[in-house]
Write a protein that binds this ligand. Structure first.
Ligand SMILES: [Zn+2]
Length: 282
């Protein structure tokens, strides 16, 4: 009898802990803190390793690098990273994301090729000791919710798009991510840096990181000789990062926002919040 009581006494706190654990996870997601910024870098540009990486390390910022072997990646090692450099980014704690083998626009017409395009990058990651990416970025701003079942089946938890269709592509403006309203596979960019951006454009993007919203920023190279329309001058990039540091923003990779995403977010209609923002814009 004594023995039974003692077992029960031990089991009660365990049972309470299990209940608490269940309650926390059933709630689904943590509240989003203000001043949360996600940095993402597209297209495997050489300056991601030589310029961006040391600046991020200096400030202790994390980031996601979205890798593609498109453009002249295979032959032009002046302008694009090597797989060894990409693996080094992973070992240093940065996230490696998938941006398709050939930088293929995701449209209803190309969906049949999406798995092969994604698997090619996943295979290269495995060969270089990098975990298979769970974050995806839509190449060239082409987007369709018809890609969701494929992305889910291939193990993706989060996918980033540009600032369109709420904002025109030109200018690189966008909206902050609202985990309660945006589908996790249709995360908007709050800004997509352009060559003529000043600190003011950058501030417009990051100021949105409040009231449950996360500013997900899209960059290409700093510098970017191969994609001049999305080039960021290195001195400007340094200025942006210093601003985030001086103003105490928390800077993370895309994978880090999964804790703010409730499981039920995967059944959201991605077009609803887009329509809402467009209506507000008019
Ligand atoms: Zn791209």
């Amino acid at each position: 009898m004594k023995h039974t009581v003692s077992v029960k006494t031990k089991l009660i706190p365990l049972f309470c802990l299990a209940l608490l654990h269940f309650a926390l996870h059933a709630r689904g997601a943590e509240p989003v803190p203000d001043k949360l910024v996600v940095l993402t870098f597209d297209d495997s540009v050489a300056s991601h390793y030589s310029v961006v990486r040391p600046i991020l390390k200096e400030y202790g910022f994390s980031a996601t690098f979205f890798i593609t072997e498109g453009f002249s990646f295979r032959t032009n090692k002046t302008d694009y990273m090597t797989w060894e450099q990409i693996a080094a980014l992973h070992r240093e704690g940065f996230e490696i994301g998938n941006h398709t083998r050939d930088h293929m626009g995701v449209t209803p017409n190309t969906l049949s090729k999406l798995e092969e395009q994604i698997e090619a990058i996943a295979a290269k990651c495995r060969a270089h000791g990098i975990p298979e990416p769970t974050s995806f970025a839509y190449p060239g701003n082409a987007i369709t919710p018809a890609a969701f079942p494929i992305l889910r089946r291939l193990g993706f938890k989060l996918a980033r798009r540009g600032g369109a269709p709420e904002e025109p592509y030109e200018g690189g403006r966008g909206f902050a991510y609202e985990p309660q309203k945006d589908h996790p596979l249709y995360i908007p960019s709050a800004g997509d840096a352009r060559p003529d951006w000043t600190l003011g454009n950058f501030q417009r993007a990051v100021y949105q990181a409040k009231n449950g919203r996360i500013a997900v920023l899209q960059f290409h190279g700093a510098p970017d000789n191969e994609h001049p329309w999305v080039h960021t001058p290195p001195e400007r990039f340094r200025e942006y990062m210093k601003y985030l540091h001086d103003h105490e923003y928390r800077v993370v990779a895309l994978r880090d926002v999964i804790r703010f995403v409730a499981p039920q977010a995967y059944s959201l209609d991605p077009l609803e919040i887009i329509a809402e923002r467009k209506a507000q814009n008019e």
